[in-house]
Design a protein around this ligand. Structure first.
Ligand code: KIV
Ligand code: ZN
Length: 514
C-alpha cells in the first residue's frame, strides 16, 4: 500500500519573511505558476490579514492556479479568518491555515492568555473557519517547545472542531531529529481522533536540522511537509523543498510505501527563478541546486565518475533539471533550436513571448559567445516577471582613469519620464549607485552587495545582488548582464522598485492580540 506525503509550499508566506525577500504580486504569480508546474500539493499564498498587498496577492494566486490547494495563513481572530476566506474565494481548491501558539513562553509573554483561553480561541477559530471552508489546517505555533500533554489536548479539541490537517511547527528550529520524530509519534498515538487526520511538520533551520526533522516526522507518521524553495524563510530559513523531496526519493528504501508527487525535473528551474526574483543567492555548495552540487573536483572522483557515474553520484543531475550537456546555443543558433532547448528545459512555450525572448537571446549572443542553460533560464525568468516599474534603467556610462575618481552617468526613466545624472564615487559601482540615488531622491543604506557569475567562463553573465534598507523595509535587488557594472546598476534599480512597492502596498497592519 502506498501513502502520499503532501508537499505544502510556503515560499510565498514563510519564505517571504526572509530578510529582503519581498515579492510583488506579479512576481508571486510567476512563482505560484512555477510551483504548480513543480507539482506541489498546497500553496500557502500569504497572510491575507497582514496587508492589503498580501490579501491581493493571495486572491490573485488563488485565481491563477488550478491543481494545488491555495490557502492563507490566519490568526484565530474573526477579522483575519474573514479576510483569509475572502482572499481564497476564487481558488479551485480553497483552504485556510489557522494558528495560535501553545508553548508556555508564548502564552505568558506574547499572548498573555491562559492554556484554556488558547484552547477556546483555537476551537472557536477552527469551527468558524469550517463554516466557510472544508479544508482547514490548524497549527500549534512553537509546538516543539510546548507541553506534550497540553498539545494532545489542544489538537484533540481542534479535531473535534473540524480541523483536517494538524501542523506541528518547530518554530524556533530548536528540535533534534530523534526528539521531533518522537513528538510526532506521541501526538499521532495520544491525540483523540489523531488517527483520522493528516499530521504535518513545519521545521525551521536554526540548528541546521529542518530537513532531518521533517524526514524524522515522516518516519513517525507525518504525511505533510511544509517547506520552501531554496529553504528561504525567517532567520536561517525553513525546510528546503528540494532537499527533503530528493531525500525521500533517493532514499525511498528508508521510507517504504511513501510517495511524493513532485515533478523533480522542475526543481532547478524553480530554484533559479526564485533566486532571480528575490535576489537571494543560492550558496554554491547548497545540496541539489548549488553550482557545485554535481561537480566532481578531486581527480580520483572524476576518474570514478567517468568509469561509472554511480561511484560518486547518488542522483542524476538531469533528475532535478540540471542538464549535464551544458553547452547549448550561440550566435548562429536559429529560432527553432532556441525553442527546442527551452522545451527541453521544461519551459512552457505557451507562456513565453517567443519573438521577444528570441530577440533578447540574439542580443545576448552578440555579447556572449556561448549561451548555457543557466543563461536561458535567467532570460526567461526576467521576461516572465516583466512588469511596469516606477524606475527603469535606460543607459549607463562609466569612466575611470588611473589617478582619477571614477565617474558614472546614468539615464533613468522615472514614471515614464527620462532623467540623467552624473556622480563620482569610490569605485565605478559606487559612482553609479550615487547617480541613481540622486535621480530618485532617496539614498537607502546598502547593507550587502555581491556579484556572482551565472556560468563559469570569463565572458559569463554577472549576477549582481544587493540588499537595501531604508529604516522601514529591507529589500533585495537582482540584475543580470554581461557587464557587471550594468548588472549592479540593474540590481540597485530593482531594489529601489521593490522599496517603492513595499511602501505603496505592503505596509503591515498593526500586530495585536492572538
Ligand atoms: O514557524 C511557525 O510556527 C509558523 C506557523 C505560523 C505555522 O510559521
Ligand atoms: Zn514558520
Amino acid at each position: 500500500m502506498t501513502e502520499q506525503v503532501q508537499i505544502f509550499d510556503t515560499t510565498l508566506r514563510d519564505g517571504e519573511q526572509s530578510p529582503g525577500a519581498t515579492m510583488h504580486v506579479e512576481e508571486k504569480l510567476v512563482i505560484a505558476r512555477q510551483l504548480e508546474k513543480l507539482g506541489v500539493d498546497v500553496i500557502e499564498a500569504g497572510f491575507a490579514a497582514a496587508s492589503d498587498g498580501d490579501a491581493d496577492a493571495v486572491a490573485r494566486v488563488a485565481g491563477a492556479v488550478r491543481r494545488p490547494i491555495v490557502l492563507s495563513l490566519s490568526r484565530t481572530k474573526r477579522s483575519d479568518i474573514e479576510r483569509a476566506v475572502r482572499s481564497v474565494e476564487k481558488a479551485q481548491k480553497p483552504g485556510i491555515h489557522v494558528f495560535i501558539a501553545t508553548s508556555d513562553v508564548h502564552l505568558k509573554s506574547k499572548l498573555m492568555m491562559s492554556r484554556e483561553e488558547v484552547v477556546d480561541a483555537a476551537c472557536w477559530a477552527v469551527e468558524f473557519a469550517r463554516q466557510h471552508l472544508d479544508y482547514v489546517e490548524f497549527s500549534a505555533e512553537d509546538a516543539s517547545r510546548s507541553d506534550r500533554d497540553y498539545l494532545t489536548h489542544v489538537f484533540g479539541q481542534v479535531i473535534k472542531a473540524g480541523a483536517k490537517t494538524l501542523n506541528v511547527p518547530d518554530t524556533t528550529g530548536y528540535a533534534m531529529p530523534s526528539e521531533f520524530g518522537d513528538l510526532i509519534r506521541y501526538l499521532v498515538e495520544n491525540t483523540e481522533g489523531g488517527g483520522e487526520v493528516r499530521w504535518s511538520a513545519h521545521c525551521h533551520n536554526d540548528l541546521g536540522m529542518a530537513v532531518a526533522n521533517s524526514l524524522a516526522a515522516v518516519r513517525n507518521g507525518a504525511r505533510q511537509i511544509e517547506c520552501t524553495v531554496n529553504g528561504i524563510g525567517e532567520r536561517a530559513g525553513n525546510t528546503s523543498l528540494e532537499e527533503v523531496v530528493m531525500a525521500l526519493k533517493t532514499r525511498s528504501d528508508l521510507y517504504p510505501g511513501i510517495e511524493v508527487g513532485v515533478n523533480t525535473e522542475q526543481i532547478y528551474p524553480s530554484s533559479r527563478l526564485l533566486s532571480q526574483i528575490t535576489g537571494i543567492a543560492i550558496p554554491i555548495n547548497k545540496p541539489i541546486v548549488g553550482a557545485n552540487a554535481f561537480a566532481h573536483e578531486a581527480g580520483i572522483h572524476q576518474d570514478g565518475v567517468l568509469k561509472d557515474k554511480s561511484t560518486y553520484e547518488i542522483m542524476r543531475p538531469e533528475s532535478v533539471g540540471v542538464q549535464s550537456n551544458r553547452l547549448v546555443l550561440g550566435k548562429h543558433s536559429g529560432r527553432h533550436a532556441f525553442i527546442e532547448r527551452l522545451k527541453e528545459l521544461g519551459v512552457d512555450i505557451a507562456e513565453v513571448d517567443v519573438s521577444r525572448s528570441f530577440t533578447r537571446f540574439k542580443s545576448l549572443a552578440d555579447r556572449k559567445k556561448n549561451i548555457y542553460d543557466e543563461d536561458l533560464l535567467a532570460l526567461i525568468a526576467e521576461e516572465s516577471v516583466r512588469t511596469p516599474d516606477r524606475y527603469e534603467l535606460v543607459d549607463l556610462s562609466v569612466h575611470h582613469q588611473a589617478g582619477e575618481q571614477p565617474a558614472a552617468t546614468v539615464r533613468l526613466r522615472v514614471n515614464g519620464e527620462e532623467k540623467s545624472e552624473s556622480a563620482n564615487g569610490d569605485g565605478m559601482v559606487d559612482a553609479c549607485f550615487k547617480a541613481i540615488s540622486t535621480l530618485v531622491g532617496t539614498s537607502p543604506k546598502l547593507e550587502r552587495y555581491q556579484v556572482n557569475s551565472i556560468t563559469e567562463e570569463s565572458e559569463a553573465q554577472g549576477e549582481a545582488l544587493c540588499l537595501l534598507s531604508d529604516g522601514e523595509f529591507q529589500v533585495n535587488g537582482q540584475g543580470i548582464h554581461t557587464d557587471v557594472i550594468m548588472a549592479s546598476a540593474l540590481a540597485y534599480v530593482n531594489a529601489l522598485n521593490k522599496l517603492d512597492y513595499r511602501h505603496k502596498h505592503q505596509r503591515p497592519v498593526p500586530v495585536e492580540g492572538p
